[in-house]
Design a protein around this ligand. Structure first.
Ligand code: 3PG
Length: 383
């Protein structure tokens, strides 16, 4: 692919697609890992004296509708602070954007436009018309064939890979081509349905597969354990069972439960077999955390995506904390990816000890599965 760093951007209109899909609460960005990762690319373009337009999606708004809760305004504010310069947010941008050389604007959420998700060509052409050079730098959204990631790259005069995208691809390729063994993967998060194919593909690749979070609840239920009111997926029980027959997936011996889902809920540790009808499993228990951490001790490669509990609430964060520390203490090569995972890396302050931190969640998992990322494939065909 063509790289942004190979191009002369002076006075050019440069449209950069980044993944600035960050968590926002009460109008403030609560975890800025993706913004920090995007900054070097923006700075490079500004230093090259380009006319810089940044676009991204945020969350999953109803397409075609403006919704304040999904506005890029908090991201624009955060960028202004980080860069020490005004970063205007342009709400109506598809018909043209005014920007001076050496300046940066950010446009409103790409998913407010009809046709974004279905990769509408007319929409992609409008985006392409905004620029002389399109820079695809959103590794985290490279698995989506959408107008702002894939379509625009087809129609822009020049389409290239930004430094973050290039670095992500290079680091992951290097780590996964011939991984040091034993190799372990921890897959947490809430739903098996979104991660079933990655679990299946990882079960063939890794020496130890560990599940956590709502995903583990489905496996517990499939193994016949009571899960009470826990989040789990009934329709995936047989698939979970089949996977457990094929691969050794250790189940948590104990869990942390509560009878309500809230920041003030009382956390109670129970054996997995004693979960009551009103209990919700919100974390793995201390015995499980110790057992799973021990499984990571010898691992030479560790892939981590997804927390093993509701770590946003401190009382349900001990499991994720324990595994974070086990990963931090590992002398193997560790790779962490995904929005919640990055928030956990920040919360437990292990960024320095993780060998590679990817900004991708779904994209990271699809890469691990060996799938082609459509936005990258488009850059390849343009080159
Ligand atoms: C992510 O957070 O994984 C990316 O930003 C992609 O978001 P999406 O799953 O809503 O497309």
């Amino acid at each position: 692919v063509i790289k942004m760093t190979d191009l002369d951007l002076e006075n050019k209109r440069v449209l950069i697609r980044q993944d600035l899909n960050v968590p926002v609460k009460d109008g403030k960005v609560t975890s800025d890992a993706r913004i920090r990762a995007a900054l070097p690319t923006i700075k490079l373009a500004l230093e090259a004296n380009a006319k810089v337009i940044v676009m991204s999606h945020l969350g999953r708004p109803t397409e075609g509708e403006y919704a304040e809760e999904f506005s890029m305004q908090p991201v624009a504010n955060h960028l202004s602070e980080s860069l020490g310069q005004d970063v205007p947010l342009i709400k109506d941008w598809l018909e043209g954007v005014d920007v001076e050389a050496g300046q940066l604007v950010i446009v409103e959420n790409v998913r407010f436009n009809n046709g974004e998700k279905k990769d509408d060509e007319a929409l992609a052409q409008k985006m392409a018309a905004l620029c002389d050079v399109f820079v695809m730098d959103a590794f985290g959204t490279a698995h989506r064939a959408q107008a702002s990631t894939h379509g625009v790259a087809k129609f822009a005069p020049v389409a290239c890979a930004g430094p973050l995208l290039a670095a992500e691809l290079e680091a992951l390729e290097k780590a996964l081509a011939t991984p040091a063994r034993p190799m372990a993967a921890i897959v947490g998060g809430s739903k098996v349905s979104t991660k079933l194919t990655v679990l299946e593909s990882l079960s063939d690749k890794v020496d130890q597969l560990i599940v956590g979070g709502g995903i583990a609840n489905t496996f517990l239920a499939a193994a016949g354990f009571p899960v009470g009111k826990s989040l789990y997926e009934e329709d995936l029980l047989s698939q979970a069972k089949a996977l457990m027959e094929k691969t050794n997936i250790p189940l948590p011996e104990d869990v942390v439960v509560a009878t309500e889902f809230s920041a003030t809920a009382e956390a109670v540790v129970k054996d997995a077999k004693d979960v009551g009808p009103d209990d919700m499993i919100l974390d793995i228990g201390p015995k499980a955390a110790a057992a799973l951490s021990a499984l990571l001790e010898d691992a030479q490669t560790i892939i981590w995506n997804g927390p093993v509990g509701v770590f946003e609430f401190d009382q349900f964060g001990e499991g994720t904390k324990a595994l974070s520390l086990a990963i931090a203490n590992s002398d193997g090569f560790s790779i962490a990816g995904g929005g919640d995972t990055l928030a956990a890396v920040d919360k437990y302050d292990i960024a320095e000890q993780v060998s590679y931190i990817s900004t991708g969640g779904g994209a990271f998992l699809e890469f691990v599965e060996g799938k082609v990322l459509p936005a990258v494939a488009m850059l390849e065909s343009r080159a």
